[in-house]
Design a binder for this molecule. Structure first.
Ligand SMILES: Nc1ncnc2c1ncn2[C@@H]1O[C@H](COP(=O)(O)OP(=O)(O)OP(=O)(O)O)[C@@H](O)[C@H]1O
Length: 358
């Protein structure tokens, strides 16, 4: 199976709202998804991820800009001629056709010989463990099985790019976990370029080589799951991915590998990433795992909430006027603090992160 890169250059999509006003659903997006890469468009409802995916598929015209598959500009190529297929949230299987007929349908349209068709369908059914369901009708399958058939139907066409529009939204939580592993393994096995839309950050984090975080029609950050979690470039990204506490402050010292940040609560030393200078107004991002507790620590805080969650103890403390939350692992025998206790906070400087205040 061949795969292609996908490039978006200054892509914009404008819609007319109910009052006839032009609104940008997607604005000036630049994006490169490499061959064989699994890239996820992630963001809250209405941020423009589905519109972006539909423009890549050709279902939606673009108002401005260019889209390339490999070196080929596909702006004017109709969806059925583009070298990509889409897997939908609703599976979109033909209800009156068997599993086999559903999967073979696209090849029949292409007028492929029966022998070649059977070879391709058999190979896909083997990869996806669908052989025993060949003669069933879609309504005789579970949601997960139906989604596997939809995936098989997309893959059998051997597109260079596979597009996913929230494909797991209709499945229960446990099945979602299994299916996301299955999709990722399959994508790696066939080496196809995949572009996946979701608003579920754990799905994005666990499946992707590259995550594209969108907000209000624009790209906030592109990075590996680790980069967007550990080194978010904006407050929006830090807030949207995982949980975070924010402290406003100012850079008071810059060394080769450290920043010193003064907030109204304390002075923090942080491992340095990005370019900062003395006097910059910043936001200190404190992830839940950046904090541990002891009796002696110099940063004293009052516990305002302590909840046993099994593996983790969830704390909320008041630290010089600001409430913040974090988790501490809970091995048996570890001291557990209760509401009203005074504790010492220890911050791990490698887990702290600074972003510029906009
Ligand atoms: N056909 C349309 N006509 C007018 N406005 C539209 C149309 N399609 C999308 N929009 C608007 O464009 C913006 C982006 O929508 P889009 O569906 O791409 O967002 P999304 O991030 O995929 O959201 P969701 O997760 O809810 O699907 C929204 O404000 C939406 O209302």
């Amino acid at each position: 199976m061949s795969s292609k890169s996908v490039t978006l250059k200054k892509v914009t999509k404008t819609f007319e709202d109910d009052h006839g006003k032009q609104v940008h659903a997607v604005e000036d997006i630049d994006l490169v998804i490499k061959e064989g890469e699994f890239a996820t468009l992630l963001g809250p409802s209405g941020c423009g991820k589905t519109t972006t995916l539909r423009m890549i598929a050709g279902f939606e015209d673009i108002s401005n800009g260019d889209i390339y598959f490999g070196n080929e500009n596909v702006n004017k190529i109709s969806p059925n001629k583009r070298d990509c297929t889409m897997v939908f949230q609703s599976y979109a299987l033909f209800p009156h056709m068997t599993v086999y007929e559903n999967v073979v349908y696209g090849l029949k349209i292409k007028k492929m010989s029966k022998e070649d068709m059977d070879k391709k369908v058999d190979a896909i059914f083997d990869i996806m463990n669908l052989n025993m369901h060949k003669e069933r009708m879609p309504n005789q399958l579970s949601g997960g099985q139906q989604q596997r058939v939809a995936l098989a139907r997309a893959l059998v066409m051997e597109p260079s790019v596979l597009l996913f529009d929230e494909p797991l939204s209709n499945l229960d939580a446990k099945l979602r976990l299994t299916m996301r592993d299955e999709i990722r393994r399959l994508q790696q096995r066939v080496g196809i370029t995949a572009i996946y839309v979701t608003h579920d950050q754990s799905e994005a984090m666990s499946m992707s080589d590259k995550v594209i975080v969108m907000n209000k029609g624009k790209i906030e950050q592109i990075g590996t799951p680790q980069e967007i979690y550990q080194r978010p470039s904006t407050k929006f990204v830090a807030d949207f991915i995982g949980t975070a506490n924010f402290f406003e402050g100012e850079i008071i010292e810059v060394t080769l590998d450290e920043l010193v940040v003064q907030t109204s609560q304390a002075t923090f030393t942080v491992a340095s990433y990005g370019s900062f200078k003395k006097g910059d107004s910043v936001i200190l991002v404190v992830r839940p795992e950046a904090v541990s507790l002891n009796e002696e620590g110099t940063y004293k805080a009052k516990v305002t909430k302590s909840v046993f969650m099994g593996q983790l103890q969830e704390y909320e403390v008041n630290f010089k006027g600001q409430d913040f939350q974090f988790n501490v692992y809970n091995p048996m025998g570890e001291k557990v603090y209760q509401e009203g206790d005074t504790v010492g906070l220890v911050f791990n400087k490698n887990s702290l992160h600074v972003i510029k205040k906009s």
